[in-house]
Design a protein around this ligand. Structure first.
Ligand code: COA
Length: 282
């Protein structure tokens, strides 16, 4: 364990999309560090096994099905969470929907569906949690992505939604700072053992991504959970409005210019150039 086991002792959290993937990892990490954790997503069968795992860590849990697109349903989940645990300190907005599709083939409803789940769903949950977070001087953690930093084909809908989430993070951080609420984000790159990577990195593309990543490997769910623990803890008490990229440096190395310069870097490394001179003294 990287952090002290009582990092979040006495706190409570609600994690949307917390039954599976990255957000299941975050929910379990919060629980392993002292937090009671409620989880929600559309399908209760995705939630119950994770809720049992949270309880096996000695924490209270609640699994409640709801669609984040339905503002009143998510309000009900927030209310039930606060009622069961007596307070709400942390909201993790992780519920997301995605598929690969060229923009020219996207129907208006397809584009809107992803924006509704990712962006509007995050807003609905944050707004519903606000009265409770005001009382606890709590934390919102929004999960976005790095897709939107460049131009990712087949992902225009998700990129637009995730860019909106990053804007939500910054705007709410400024508005809700006055209540002592911190609002931050995490932008994971490709994370091994997730549905996203299983569907997106097919064939040789996984190996190519590993080679291109400056730190030389795909992310692990624990990489994201550790960032979440930090941002949700008092160790980050003066940090708000940031989106922390957890991608091993991949997106920075992914531009056309970076690719073109990689060839120059390779030839410089291969050449017999002299070692770099140390700076001359002033
Ligand atoms: N390509 C193009 N359009 C697609 C699509 C695809 N692969 N999948 C869904 N759509 C379109 C649908 O055709 C529909 O548009 P239309 O009404 O104009 O035909 C619209 O998106 C909504 O789809 P629907 O299946 O009715 O919505 P839903 O609310 O049941 O589910 C998703 C939406 C995004 C959750 C669903 O596509 C899905 O289950 N994705 C895989 C699971 C997932 O996203 N996991 C998270 C990974 S990050």
């Amino acid at each position: 364990m990287t952090f002290s086991h009582d990092l979040l002792a006495g706190k409570t959290a609600l994690v949307t999309g917390g039954g599976t993937g990255i957000c299941r990892g975050i929910a379990l990490a919060l629980a392993a560090h002292g937090c009671d954790v409620a989880i929600t997503s559309r399908k209760v069968e995705h939630l119950e096994p994770t809720a049992r795992e949270i309880e096996s860590l000695g924490r209270r849990s609640m699994a409640m099905a709801a669609d984040v697109r339905d503002a009143s349903a998510i309000e009900e989940v927030v209310a039930r969470t606060a009622e069961k645990f007596g307070r709400l300190d942390v909201l993790v907005n992780g519920a997301a929907g995605n598929f690969l599709c060229l923009a020219e083939d996207l129907s208006p409803n397809a584009f809107g569906t992803v924006v509704d789940i990712d962006l509007k769903g995050s807003f609905h949950a944050a707004k519903a949690a606000l009265p409770h977070l005001k009382k606890s001087r709590g934390v919102v953690l929004n999960i976005s992505a790095t897709l939107q930093y460049l131009g990712t084909p087949t992902q225009v809908h998700a990129s637009a939604a995730k860019a909106g989430i990053d804007a939500l993070t910054r705007g709410l951080a400024v508005e809700w700072g006055a209540y002592g609420i911190r609002v931050n984000g995490i932008a994971p790159g490709p994370i091994a053992e997730t549905e996203g990577v299983r569907r997106l990195l097919v064939g040789k593309s996984r190996q190519r991504v590993e080679q291109k990543t400056p730190l030389g490997r795909l992310g692990a769910i624990d990489d994201v959970s550790n960032a979440a623990l930090f941002l949700c803890s008092s160790a980050a008490s003066h940090i708000t409005g940031v989106t922390l990229v957890v991608d091993g440096g991949l997106w920075l190395a992914s531009s056309w210019m970076a690719e073109a310069s990689a060839a120059a870097e390779e030839s410089l490394r291969a050449s017999d150039r002299p070692p770099p001179k140390s700076k001359a003294p002033l």
